[in-house]
Ligand binder design. Structure first.
Ligand SMILES: C[S@@+](CC[C@H](N)C(=O)[O-])C[C@H]1O[C@@H](n2cnc3c(N)ncnc32)[C@H](O)[C@@H]1O
Length: 380
């Protein structure tokens, strides 16, 4: 089963998402425009741009999917207007400046799929001074969540699964965020906009955000829910909000807290989030204040740093006084790269790598696979 194809089948099956992008593209793109489809996937946004009158589209796709993108665009009679670039956008270069860049690198919570970094780079290198980004703005939205089911996901590690003690995992589990699909009844109060960010103006390296929400119904606070609302064009918004009738088919994000807290209407929940966008590190602090007076009922502080799977050995390797040496496989990789002089054939490189690193590979075939892996990633 191809997970990649299945992912793109889902993108293309989401009629609300497609209708929003189609409407925004029609509103923004003018006949004669040069457009960048950043993270092209199947090429759908570039095809919509052609239909809206774009003269030229640069489809940038970093994976092998680009081959299919090409064939799909050809099948739709657009290949004369679309140029394909098989690179990460940060490594791509374009022969001209574009009028519009369009992408759906929004993720579940608005920032974790890299949109801001990609668009900042596009704004600096690819766009005309008055160029437009689709989306142009992303709101990060949060709300208090009551969900025993999500709580159970974290608590699972305390339940002696398979009759063994897995409690050491719990501390890590509560310091992770979880994809989830919230229903309106799980919201304990109205959502708040945590941040409203210009999509082409990458946020600072550390985003410190705060919001206060008031509980509107009795229940149990299990964590904070996050989602996004993206302005695609002046009249089109795209959202995965559980409260929207036009919610796209994309999960939300759940940030758990260590202990459930019973809440009543009028209780206030102070939420502080610190986000390191490029490192995808999020810290969330949650303080629950009682409706009567400003008494703190509970407070929690969690961070994905505590939820990272980092071994002691890996951490040791990040210390400035650590003296690194190459592993045997890295030595073999260096051999392959050194042999790529522009004169040796692949077969020669395979034989020589096998000869020099015979203890590493069980056969010439195994060495050949290793060499192909290195050369396809690193050579022209
Ligand atoms: C979320 S999918 C969207 C695909 C398509 N644009 C759509 O709307 O259906 C993102 C695609 O962009 C590619 N991608 C992600 N970041 C990229 C980058 N910085 N440069 C080029 N391709 C990227 C991924 O491999 C994936 O195929």
């Amino acid at each position: 089963m191809s997970l990649v194809l299945d992912e793109h089948r889902q993108y293309l099956s989401d009629t609300i998402r497609l209708a929003a992008f189609r409407a925004a593209i029609q509103e923004v793109i003018k006949p004669g425009n040069v457009v960048i489809d950043l993270g092209a996937g199947t090429g759908i946004l570039g095809l919509l741009a052609c239909r809206a009158g774009a003269t030229r589209v640069y489809s940038i796709e970093s994976t092998g999917l680009i081959q299919l993108t090409r064939e799909i665009c050809q099948a739709n009679g657009c290949s004369d207007r679309i140029q394909f670039i098989n690179e990460l956008s940060a490594q791509a270069s374009l022969p001209e400046l574009a009028d519009v860049v369009v992408a759906d690198q929004i993720g579940c919570f608005g920032f974790e799929a890299g949109l801001f970094e990609y668009f900042r780079d596009a704004r600096q290198r690819f766009l005309k001074p008055d160029g437009i980004t689709i989306p142009s703005r992303i709101d990060l939205v949060i709300a208090p969540i009551d969900s025993q089911q999500l709580r159970d996901q974290v608590e699972f590690w305390n339940t002696a699964p398979a009759e063994f003690d897995f409690r050491p995992v719990k501390a890590m589990a509560v310091n992770n965020s979880y994809p989830a699909t919230f229903t309106p009844d799980q919201l304990l109060g109205d959502p708040a906009i945590l941040a409203s960010l210009d999509a082409s103006d990458a946020p600072p390296s550390l985003l410190g955000l705060t919001a206060t929400v008031t509980v509107s119904k009795p229940g149990t606070l299990h964590g904070i829910g996050g989602w996004f609302s993206a302005t695609l064009s002046p009249s089109v918004t795209l959202t995965n909000s559980p409260l929207s009738e036009n919610r796209i088919d994309r999960q939300n994000m759940f940030f758990p807290i260590d202990q459930p807290v019973p809440v009543v209407p009028g209780d206030r929940i102070l939420i502080t989030m610190s986000i390191l966008p490029t490192d995808m590190v999020i810290t969330w602090k949650v303080v629950v204040q009682s409706a009567t007076g400003n008494v703190n009922k509970a407070s929690f502080s969690h961070s994905t740093i505590q939820g990272m799977l980092l071994s002691k050995e890996a951490l040791q390797k990040t210390k400035p006084d650590f003296i690194p040496t190459l592993t045997p496989r890295a030595e073999a990789r260096r051999t392959v790269l050194e042999l790529c002089t522009g004169k040796n054939t692949l077969a020669e490189i395979e034989r020589e790598t096998y000869r020099r690193h015979a203890t590493l590979f069980r056969s010439l075939d195994e060495a050949a696979k290793f060499v192909t892996d290195v050369t396809t990633r690193n050579t022209l």
